[in-house]
Write a protein that binds this ligand. Structure first.
Ligand code: ZN
Length: 218
């Protein structure tokens, strides 16, 4: 319900799921149901292979992408996906989002990766399932840890995020949109803008993360 509230989706776009790792299942939004009509009862329960276990409605069309992420990554318990305007525009431009400032560095120390558009055989095959693998394989190929980088763009498509809780996955997808917007505006003001310097990147990330962190309340 936070996705439309935060202006990240229109109509029935987007989806969030939440896993129960002990039971090996996740709950996901039903397909094509407006957010304001959704209730806990309309959620669909699916296993990590994408098989519906419980629920009266059809699950989100992106369910298999979520299932692959849960199956491949033990450390996550929620996945979010939107077609929010700025993040999707970067995805359509097939560009990583450059790390231009401290807002970005507070969340991750690298550019936000953009996986290439999927190969034809993946698109013609089990498309949503392959989208999950495109995310997992690209992050691995980049040498990135899903615990450190909790957001990605899929080229020609849009943003995906994840986290240990649904609050964190939704926070990440909202932050991704904000960073995408700031990076876009930065390039409008300064087309030859440079990435922020390394000392600032390190400083800002360590303020919020790691042993010496001092941001927020303990
Ligand atoms: Zn999508």
């Amino acid at each position: 319900m936070q996705l439309p509230k935060l202006g990240l989706v229109v109509f029935t776009f987007g989806n969030v799921s939440v896993a129960d790792r002990n039971m090996g299942v996740f709950a996901i939004k039903p397909s094509g149901v407006p957010y304001e009509e959704m209730t806990p009862d309309s959620m669909v329960i699916v296993d990590f292979k994408g098989k519906v276990i419980d629920g009266k409605l059809r699950p989100s069309s992106d369910t298999l992408s979520h299932a692959v992420l849960y199956e491949q990554w033990n450390g996550i318990s929620s996945v979010a996906h939107t077609h929010s305007t700025y993040a999707t525009s970067w995805a359509q431009s097939l560009r990583d989002i450059p790390l231009y400032g401290t807002t970005h560095a507070d969340h991750l120390t690298t550019d936000i990766p953009c996986a290439p558009p999927m190969e034809d055989n993946m698109v013609r095959g089990n498309y949503e399932y392959e989208t999950g693998f495109q995310i997992v394989n690209f992050l691995k190929w980049k040498g990135m840890d899903y615990g450190e980088v909790e957001m990605i763009l899929v080229g020609s498509h849009g943003p995906f995020s994840w986290g240990k809780t649904p609050e964190k996955a939704v926070y990440n997808i909202a932050i991704l949109e904000e960073l995408a917007k700031m990076a876009y505006l930065t390039e409008q003001i300064a087309p030859d803008a440079n990435r922020m310097k390394d000392t600032l990147i390190k400083k800002h990330y360590e303020r919020k993360h790691g042993p010496g962190s001092y941001y927020g309340q303990k």
